[in-house]
Design a protein around this ligand. Structure first.
Ligand code: SF4
Length: 372
């Protein structure tokens, strides 16, 4: 796997030599974009922080990988934590930040000693004066949102807030803050160092009804069929979910690009593929995912807090056989409403799975309804 190639601080040395301007130029030219899902150009994000005048700046490594079915950052942190730390010190020195934080998913706490060891080793060998602390999250899914991470590190309840201002301009404690995902930061030294670094390579987390789940590295545009066949499904595949937030589509051949997936009314996000075969019910999937969102809603805004529970009530009614087809329409209306009116990314994407399931697999919901 290309992502697991070690960079051994050679990229850091090169970054020191070419300086701030050189680093921004190289990352921009090589086309490094965020690996957390939004695919924002990394050099541009760093440039915003450079352009904002402040005596204090921060870097945050988002290691709060909480999306169900997503486990690619875990692999990177486990196998090449030094590359991530090297990416962090390059980011910090490029934007002139003296302090960086790694916001680690609560469930990954057992990785903390390994990451701590990598921090000590990299700082000692590089001579960098950047201070890096690990903050372990308490297990809230919403803290994958960058504004919720900021609140959590500041010591408040992890809840999202409206942007702008964006973190590179006004972030942690009101100071310019660059927040990058683990995969992005691991790619920074690779992009700087290797001439054959491929900007299109991505890690896909494959799980669900496959006998060989795991992380597969392919360029964007890989065939969905090829990827799923590598996972060796036991039964005919019925549907594919792009994580819980990215929606679902009937299984068919498409090339996995953000545009193609968007054309199926889904979001490719962080490359999460959950396979569902013909032995599983889409209504059961809807219930499981809706329970997750009702539990994870932070409660700050009404559409997500109340709506996610009402979705669950309606699905339970459909499961009980007491619902009518009108209830399916109500569920869709509610799902669209939550999608359009929620405050943060969690609520805005919480019902994608319902909107797409009711578009593509409505008959499975209606089969459970009363005939009148
Ligand atoms: S959308 Fe949900 S998670 Fe986000 S602020 Fe509103 S209640 Fe909280």
């Amino acid at each position: 796997m290309q992502i697991l190639r070690k960079t051994e601080l050679k990229a850091y040395k090169k970054a020191k030599k070419i300086g701030q301007k050189g680093v921004i130029e190289i990352l921009s030219k090589k086309g490094l974009v965020g690996r957390g899902g939004a695919a924002f150009p990394t050099a541009r994000k760093w440039q915003f922080a450079i352009d904002t005048k402040s005596d204090t700046k921060y870097v945050i490594c988002n290691a709060d990988e909480g999306e169900p079915g997503t486990f690619k950052d875990h692999l990177v942190l486990e196998k090449v934590p030094e590359n991530v730390i090297e990416g962090i010190i390059i980011a910090a020195e490029t934007i002139a930040a003296k302090q960086a934080y790694i916001y680690l998913r609560g469930e990954y706490e057992y990785l903390k000693p390994k990451i701590q060891k990598a921090i000590s080793s990299v700082l000692k060998r590089s001579g960098s004066k950047v201070k890096i602390d690990i903050v372990v999250g308490a297990g809230a899914y919403v803290c994958g949102d960058e504004t919720a991470i900021i609140k959590s590190i500041e010591g408040y309840r992890g809840q999202a807030y409206l942007k702008p201002p964006f973190p590179p301009v006004e972030g942690l404690w009101g100071k310019p803050t660059v927040i990058n995902n683990v995969g992005t930061l691991a790619n920074v030294p690779q992009a700087i160092l290797f001439d054959d670094w491929d900007p299109h390579l991505r890690l896909f987390s494959l799980s669900g009804d496959v006998t060989k789940p795991g992380i597969y590295e392919f360029p964007m545009g890989v065939s969905l069929k090829k990827l799923i066949e590598l996972g060796k499904p036991k039964n005919p595949v019925k549907a594919v979910y792009f994580g819980c937030f990215g929606g679902c589509m009937p299984y068919k051949e498409i090339l996995l690009t953000p545009e193609n997936v968007c054309g199926q009314n889904c979001v490719i996000g962080a490359g999460t593929i959950i396979v569902v075969d013909n032995t599983h019910s889409i209504v059961d999937m809807a219930e499981t995912i809706a329970k997750f969102y009702a539990f994870e809603s932070c409660g700050k805004c009404t559409p997500c807090r109340e709506g996610s529970k009402r979705c669950l009530d309606l699905i339970a009614k459909i499961q009980s056989g007491k619902a009518t087809k009108q209830d399916c329409d109500t569920l869709l209306d509610l799902a669209l409403h939550i999608h359009e009116t929620s405050l943060c990314g969690l609520g805005q994407t919480a019902t994608n799975h319902l909107i797409t399931a009711l578009k593509y697999f409505r008959e499975e919901f209606e089969q459970k309804c009363k005939l009148h």
